[in-house]
Design a protein around this ligand. Structure first.
Ligand SMILES: Cc1cc2nc3c(=O)[nH]c(=O)nc-3n(C[C@H](O)[C@H](O)[C@H](O)COP(=O)(O)OP(=O)(O)OC[C@H]3O[C@@H](n4cnc5c(N)ncnc54)[C@H](O)[C@@H]3O)c2cc1C
Length: 301
């Protein structure tokens, strides 16, 4: 069977694209390896009408909605290869299935690379987060550590001061702030620790203490960290899609990449800001782009 569109990635971007294309009566197969970026989190915030929902529940509601549309199917498997032929795409999945599609949407998300701090992984998504807009409200007014040593640290401090005035900054041996800035932060009650971090301590996902290598320690109730974002773009690269310096896929306003028939949506097109609402909106817009292109190819006067 020739699919109208193969959607690779079943997070908010891919699910939203599948919904729009299903409602447009397009034959769609959504492939999902089911390794979402926010899997460490127990609640998703800020998505209209679903504030605080468990990420897996949001996904299951969206999948259920899709199955109302007979031309849409979901396959839980990883796509390992996509090849462009003259007129269509050949999609090879981990389950050894081979599928043909007229169009492909890459909605594969991004992966986060956390700074190498002992203990961080057990707190990430529970009491340490990366996005203030997603989780700042839950940590409001608490004693928070900002784990950041890169040049964007000052901006992060400014933004987070909206949610809590009780901030410390842990640069882990880096020096992203000049003396004048540090003095100015100190006058606002924000202490900057430039010592190397030995380990983060707490229990049941709740961070409590930052231990520094010089023996100092700081008591905290939560934190924010700046992960590196990596675009696992082997499919995009294999197809020859253009990417930004940071690996985000470059698209036009309807999700079209430089390769005709290949579209991209969601976190894999951007680095920041990234939220479920933004990924879902991007998926919807890209699906409309796919449907416009298919219609123009089919409806020839
Ligand atoms: C800790 C944390 C907390 C967050 N909290 C919030 C929040 O509260 N509110 C909010 O709005 N946003 C939150 N976010 C951000 C949000 O999770 C993302 O912006 C959103 O999930 C992006 O959607 P996406 O569809 O682009 O990618 P993802 O949700 O990452 O989905 C991509 C999917 O594609 C699949 N995939 C990848 N490659 C392949 C392949 N080759 N074949 C098949 N499938 C593949 C993956 O397995 C995955 O299931 C949070 C993020 C993190 C890390």
């Amino acid at each position: 069977m020739m699919l109208d569109c193969a959607i690779i990635g079943g997070g908010p971007a891919g699910l939203s694209a599948a919904l729009v294309l299903g409602r447009a009566r397009r034959k769609v197969l959504l492939f999902d390896a089911d390794r979402p970026r926010n899997s460490v989190s127990s609640a998703s915030h800020g998505f209209l009408s679903r504030d605080g929902i468990e990420p897996a529940m949001l996904k299951s509601i969206a999948q259920k909605d899709l199955l109302q549309y007979p031309s849409v199917a979901i396959k839980q498997t990883e796509v390992v290869h996509v090849k462009k032929n003259d007129k269509h795409f050949v999609i090879v999945a981990m389950d050894k299935g081979v599928y043909l599609a007229k169009k492909v949407i890459l909605a594969t998300g991004i992966k986060e690379v956390l700074p190498n701090l002992t203990g961080l992984k057990s707190f990430y998504g529970k009491s340490v987060f990366s996005c203030a807009y997603c989780d700042g409200w839950e940590l409001r007014d608490k004693q928070l550590a900002i784990f950041s040593g890169h040049p964007g640290t000052l901006q992060l401090i400014k933004i987070l001061s909206n949610w809590s005035k009780n901030l410390i900054v842990c640069t882990n041996g880096n020096k992203p702030l000049d003396e004048e800035t540090k003095v100015s932060l100190q006058s606002k009650g924000i202490k900057v620790y430039e010592e190397k971090i030995a380990k983060l301590f707490g229990d049941n996902g709740q961070i409590k203490i930052v231990h520094f290598e010089n023996g100092l320690e700081a008591q905290i109730e939560g934190g924010f960290v700046s992960p590196e974002w990596c675009h696992p773009g082997s499919l995009a690269k294999g197809l020859g899609c253009k990417q930004t310096e940071k690996g985000g896929m470059i698209t036009d306003s309807m999700g079209r990449t430089n390769i005709i028939g290949v579209y991209a949506a969601g976190d894999n097109t951007i680095v920041s800001p990234s939220q479920i609402a933004i990924a879902a909106g991007d998926g919807s817009r890209t699906a409309i782009g796919v449907n416009i292109d298919l219609t123009n190819e089919e409806f020839i006067l």
